[in-house]
Every structure is written in C-alpha cells, then in structure tokens.
Design a protein around this ligand. Structure first.
Ligand code: NAD
Length: 363
C-alpha cells in the first residue's frame, strides 16, 4: 500500500515537472519565488485604480498590490503611505520597461485611457509580465490583435478587466443563453449609461480613446452577446449628443441594433447623458430581466419561471483578480482572455462605421 502511494506521488510529481517544463520561465512563479501571492503593479493611478482596484487588492487572496507605474510623482508618497509600496517597485512611463528585472512583480494591470492600452500591454508582455488590461481593450481591432500577439509571443497571459463576467449574477444569465431553458432568444433590450458632468476628460477626447461606445457601450453590447451566447452578424447604429459644447470630438450617446445568427435582435442604448443600467431578454417561452446588470455590486434579476437572480458577492474586482491570478498560477484558461476583448472591439468598430455611414454593416 505504502509503495503504491509512493509510486502515485512520484507519478504526480513527474507529471508536474513535465508540465512546468513546458511553461514559459516567467510563469514559474511558484518555483522561483517563495511567496504565495502574485505581485501586481497598477499602471495609471486615476479613479479606477485609486477607488476600486487598490482597495480590492487589499481583499485578494491570490495576488497583492506591490508596484505602481505613474507619471504623477506627487501621487507616490500618498500611495506609499497607504499601501506600503517599496521604493524599488515604483516606476514612471520612461523607466517602465525596467520592470522586467523586478521579481516582485508578476502581473501588470493597465488602467490608462484606452489609446494607451496597446502600448503599455505590449511593453509589459515584452518585459515578460502577465497583463491585465482594462476595458475597452483598445480603440481598434488592429491594436487588440497586436496585444494578443505580443502576449502569445512572450508566453504571458492577457486578461481583460470585464469584472461582470466574474459575477455569479451575470454568469446566471449567460447560463440561460447557453442552456436555453426558455427556447431561443427573440429580442433583447440593454442599456448602460451615466451622466458624466466633466468637461475636459479623456472620455471626451478622440485621440485618447474617448466616446461612450467603448466606455459604457461595451456593457450594453456584452449584455446582448452574453445573453444570446452568439456573435452579431450585422449592426445598425446612430449617434448623437445633447451637449455639443463638450462632446464635439466623440459621441455622448449611441443607439445600436444587433442581429444574431439565430435571428435574435437586440436594441442597445449607451450614453454619458443619462443614467441607465438594465438588460431584458425575451425568449420563445419566457423572459429574463436584470437591473442593474453591470454595476460594481448589487446586480440582480428575475425570470418568468419565478427564479430570482441575486447572488451575494463580496467584492467584484477582488473576485476578478483572484480568479485571474489563479489562472496564471495554474496555467489554466482565463475567464476573460484578450480574444473576448477583441470580439467586442470588432463589433464596436462596425458600430462606428454604421453610425458614420448611416447604413447597415455586416460582420
Ligand atoms: P482616470 O482619468 O480617472 O485615470 C486615468 C489615469 O491615466 C490617470 O492616473 C492619468 O494621470 C493617467 N494618464 C496617463 N497619461 C494620460 C493622458 N495622456 N491623458 C489622461 N490620463 C492619462 O480614468 P479611469 O476612470 O481610472 O479609467 C482608466 C481605465 O479604466 C479606462 O480604460 C477605463 O475604461 C477603465 N475603467 C474600467 C472600469 C470597470 O468597471 N472595469 C471602471 C472605470 C474605468
């Protein structure tokens, strides 16, 4: 019995060694380093890093905040005092590539305006670090493809910060889309927006990747894509603004229709001019409603058979980062890989084309 156990342990270990030999050197974090958590460096210390990600990284079990990359030196003492970040783990945009030599950092989380996502993801991948990149993945399909390639070439993982796909409430309606207990999807209505009163922000600047479609629009789009489990085959879109003095480079509001291969149709609405956050799906034999459907917490809904969707979730971003860290540690599939970010940007590009040319665009 003892011999058999020993034999099994040997086989397991031999399998583990064979598996680790096939993994890139930078994924051997557990072999090279004694610490149990992955070290994360946040790039860009604006609203989302400061108010959501850094606090969430105090709750995570598989990763922790160890580094920052910033172009604003005045933020450094504040972050060091709050999070005890070591001097050697602080970078600016010029010396960022030197992070390659820093064994404290396993993952770089890009939390910059969208036009900067491709450059900072590719530089992180070339430094041999895994990358988490905020949504929208990048302004163009070409950027997204370059990001995916750089991560593949460097054998590092690329996750997109679609926190909702880690939320059990969103996973519940995705499951309905896959298993179809109410038959095929017939019609979807989804909306995501808030009133943005700022007058001089990158969200109003085209060169920085602004415009509501990439920002809140991807939530309305994801609602339709995830509820059907399909990719759209055509789009028809129209944009407008109620505040041309602020939104003269980019759209404040976008309305878009999607057609899916099964025949399902979606009417989607996104805006920086009004608060809205819901998803409604009509199936052949029932319905599902979520409101809110893309918030940081409290996403909930109901179905025509009486099912209530209302799972408790302690912290969405902490769950997202813990699950992404686990996928890196175990070298398993990510819940939201770069390819999923690219799927959205393909549709976003078609939506812009349709709005500009005022015609149906096939995908
Ligand atoms: P923000 O404007 O508050 O922060 C942007 C940061 O980038 C700032 O620290 C700024 O100094 C830095 N920066 C560097 N170069 C810049 C430049 N040329 N112009 C402007 N800023 C520059 O933005 P944010 O709301 O934190 O958004 C950052 C990213 O996070 C975006 O991709 C956004 O879509 C994403 N985000 C995601 C969620 C989510 O729920 N997943 C929520 C909010 C923001």
């Amino acid at each position: 019995m003892f011999m058999e156990q020993q034999r099994r342990i040997f086989i397991q270990n031999a399998g583990l060694l064979a598996a680790t030999a096939a993994i890139a050197p930078n994924t051997l974090w557990s072999v090279n380093k004694p610490q149990k958590k992955l070290g994360v460096a946040l790039v860009g210390l604006g609203y989302y890093s400061r108010d959501l990600l850094a606090p969430a990284l105090q709750l995570t079990k598989n990763c922790e905040l160890r580094g920052i990359v910033t172009g604003s030196p005045e933020k450094i003492p504040i972050w060091q005092q709050k999070y005890g970040i070591k001097d050697k783990n602080i970078y600016n945009y010029q010396n960022y590539d030197e992070i390659a030599n820093n064994l404290d950092i396993d993952v770089i989380y890009v939390v910059l305006p969208p036009s900067m996502h491709a450059e900072y993801t590719i530089r992180a991948a070339n430094a041999g670090k895994h990358v988490w990149c905020e949504k929208p993945m990048a302004p163009t399909v070409a950027d997204c493809e370059a990001m995916i390639k750089a991560c593949k070439d460097n054998k590092v993982k690329l996750a997109i910060g679609y926190r909702c796909q880690h939320d059990p409430n969103i996973q519940a309606y995705m499951k309905v889309g896959k298993e179809r207990p109410f038959g095929k999807v017939k019609m979807i209505s989804s909306a995501a927006g808030y009133f943005d009163g700022r007058t001089n922000h990158w969200k109003q600047n085209k060169a920085l990747g602004g415009g509501v479609m990439g920002d809140m629009g991807v939530y309305a789009l994801q609602g339709a894509r995830l509820a059907t489990g399909e990719e759209p085959i055509s789009v028809l879109a129209q944009s407008f603004t109620t505040r041309p003095e602020i939104y003269h480079e980019v759209e404040e509001t976008m309305m878009f229709q999607l057609e899916f291969p099964s025949g399902a149709r979606a009417a989607c609405h996104t805006s920086f001019g009004i608060q809205m956050n819901y998803l409604q799906v009509n199936y052949e034999k029932g319905w599902l409603k979520m409101e809110p459907h893309s918030s940081y917490g409290g996403n909930k809904g109901s179905m025509s058979d009486g099912t209530i969707i209302n799972f408790a979730i302690e912290n969405q971003q902490a769950k997202q980062m813990d699950e992404d860290a686990m996928a890196i540690m175990n070298n398993t599939d990510l819940i939201v890989p770069g390819e999923e970010g690219l799927r959205d940007i393909r549709v976003v590009e078609a939506i812009y084309k349709s709005a500009k040319k005022n015609c149906l665009v096939k995908l």
